[in-house]
Ligand binder design. Structure first.
Ligand SMILES: CC(=O)N[C@H]1[C@@H](OP(=O)(O)OP(=O)(O)OC[C@H]2O[C@@H](n3ccc(=O)[nH]c3=O)[C@H](O)[C@@H]2O)O[C@H](CO)[C@@H](O)[C@@H]1O[C@H](C)C(=O)N[C@@H](C)C(=O)N[C@H](CCC(=O)O)C(=O)O
Ligand SMILES: Nc1ncnc2c1ncn2[C@@H]1O[C@H](COP(=O)(O)OP(=O)(O)OP(=O)(O)O)[C@@H](O)[C@H]1O
Ligand SMILES: N[C@H](CCC[C@H](N)C(=O)O)C(=O)O
Ligand SMILES: [Mg+2]
Length: 484
């Protein structure tokens, strides 16, 4: 492909040098080969422009830059204002504009994105629409499960996945759109058929600094969205109503919304409710427990309605989904207590999972949790407060400490727990903490193990250590059961 053909759709650019043949595109100098177009991205820790020389010596024939670079050999330069935006547009061109053949539904919000993508895929498939998925747990391309390194991939990797979905005959892609990806233009140029706003509560302030910036990043989703699907029981959702310029469908339970739920019957294995829209009603037997999952279901139902899908198909889709890995996953012990493995890693997530599990807890409600290192520090005491306010006992432990000292992370959490007066125990080693929780559990107790959900590893310093919580729980349960 000629370089000039890849520049279609760029706002403005200066081409310095000759039009060359491009065989590959890359934003990592280490992956450059002969005939590559290399993007110099100014990052948070490194500046891609500094790797221009390495890219050229590895075979790059052209570079996309936003500033001057010193090179020992002349190659073609495409000078742009913003190399991330340029990368999104050029990548789409390189992969032959996959979105001409694929429709995308984007889901944003602090909590509920992953769960909603699974629900949405299930609804679209009930309508016989082959659907790919992009998100935190893994990506699904056609019938293949592909490892996900991040919730929303870099624009180049995203466009490649879209192309693979088209080749696997997908009609739709449902994807999580993280606030990082909106801020860093990973989805720049993508038009969404529908965009769901699940909710906005505190997280990621290490990156966005203020809730207002975090909210603004989320709103970027609606700049190129046909139907905005907005939760109006959420205060930021209500604010968003005045700020989006596309067709809006609202959903909610407490406030008057276009798509709403009534007659909620919350049980430990799921929730039965009536889904209402435009004088039509249908009863839904949702297999995912907790009121928050009714919200996730309503958002997906509203998005499906915006696509013209009928309530009967929506019911079929929502009811076909039996579980989502690492989200409210239940393991029963023979001793009569229950373990819930869940991904709650924000104050709101913890509040929701504890309120949901309290509904069916006959004994004590215990939560085991920590907080991720190198992430929003200010959420830590709030997570502690949410846990201490709603549980009967807290076990404070490590999550993924990353580069931080795990004991210091715990010290950030504890003031929140202590402010509630809830009894607690600190056990830094997460495996030991799980053992303690299970060994001390009695009939009727519910133990919520929060924060790591589907993750099968723990990140300590720069090491990724195998850590499969489900496996660990099952091992200890076997030990306990042998003693009965
Ligand atoms: C804050 C953030 O998102 N940072 C991402 C960003 O990093 P960065 O811009 O700082 O990159 P950098 O490391 O400084 O490097 C700059 C450039 O030099 C290039 N380079 C670097 C080294 C080299 O030898 N050669 C070379 O060419 C790099 O490829 C890059 O293009 O671009 C990098 C390359 O794409 C990403 O790996 C990196 O994600 C980091 C790992 C990350 O942890 N991101 C998390 C916070 C994230 O994105 N999370 C959200 C989910 C949040 C949620 O909703 O819960 C997500 O969508 O996953
Ligand atoms: N709609 C919701 N409102 C509040 N909490 C929720 C909601 N849905 C799920 N949760 C809680 O948040 C946790 C994470 O859910 P999920 O993985 O679906 O969110 P996410 O937005 O994809 O998170 P991430 O930002 O890590 O990708 C769940 O395990 C549950 O405890
Ligand atoms: N997508 C979230 C996931 C957090 C999960 C938790 N286990 C952690 O490591 O903090 C993040 O990257 O902030
Ligand atoms: Mg997710």
């Amino acid at each position: 492909m000629k370089l000039k053909d890849l520049l279609y759709g760029l706002d403005s650019y200066e081409l310095i040098g000759e039009d060359v043949e491009i065989k590959k595109i890359s934003y990592n100098s280490k992956q450059v080969e002969k005939g590559t177009l290399f993007f110099c991205i100014e990052g948070f820790s490194l500046d891609g422009h500094k790797f221009a020389e390495e890219a050229v010596s590895n075979g790059a024939v052209a570079l996309v830059v936003s500033k001057n670079v010193n090179l020992s050999k002349n190659v073609t330069l495409v000078k742009v204002k913003d190399t991330r935006k340029a990368m999104a547009i050029i990548s789409s061109n390189f992969y032959n504009n996959p979105l001409k053949e694929l429709k995308v539904i984007g889901i944003t919000g602090t909590n509920g994105k992953t769960t909603s993508t699974f629900m949405m895929k299930s609804i679209l498939e009930a309508k016989n629409l082959k659907t790919g998925l992009i998100g935190t747990i893994y990506n699904i391309i056609g019938d293949n499960i592909v490892e996900a390194k991040r919730t929303t991939p870099e624009s180049m990797d995203l466009q490649f996945m879209f192309r693979q979905m088209v080749e696997s005959k997908c009609n739709f892609c449902v994807m999580e759109v993280s606030s990082h990806s909106l801020e860093l233009d990973r989805v720049y140029g993508v038009t969404f058929e529908a965009g769901i706003f699940t909710n906005l509560t505190q997280d990621h302030l290490d990156f966005h600094k203020t809730m207002e910036n975090y909210f603004k990043a989320k709103l970027k989703l609606f700049e190129r969205t046909k139907h905005a699907i907005i939760n109006i029981d959420d205060s930021y959702g209500r604010k968003a109503l005045d700020l989006v310029n596309c067709n809006v469908i609202t959903f909610g339970i407490e406030n008057l919304a276009d798509v709403f739920a009534k007659n909620l019957k919350i049980e430990d294995s799921g929730t039965i409710f009536t889904l209402c829209y435009d004088n039509q009603e249908v009863d839904i037997n949702l297999h995912l427990p907790g009121k928050f999952n009714v919200y996730n279901a309503l958002g997906c139902a509203a998005a499906a309605i915006s696509l013209g899908i009928d309530l009967k198909t929506i019911k079929l889709g929502l009811e076909s989904l039996k579980s989502v890995p690492g989200r409210s996953e239940k393991i029963n012990s023979k001793k009569g207590f229950t373990v819930i493995i869940d991904y709650a890693h924000t104050p709101d997530g913890i509040e929701n999972i504890l309120k949901a599990t309290r509904e069916y807890t006959k004994g004590k409600l215990v939560i085991l949790f920590g907080a991720g290192g190198d992430r929003d520090k200010t959420k830590r005491p709030l997570m502690g407060k949410a846990a201490g306010s709603l549980a009967d006992f807290c076990i404070v432990t490590s999550d993924n400490p990353r580069s931080e000292d795990p004991e210091k992370i715990i010290q950030d959490i504890l003031p929140g727990v202590e402010s509630t007066g809830c009894p607690y125990k600190v056990i830094v080693d997460r495996k030991e903490a799980i053992k303690y929780a299970l060994m001390n559990a009695n009939e009727g107790d519910v133990i919520v193990i929060a924060g790591k959900g589907h993750e099968t590893y723990q990140i300590i310093k720069d090491k990724v250590i195998p850590f499969d919580e489900k496996e660990i729980v099952n091992e200890f349960l076997k030990e306990i059961e042998q003693k009965i």
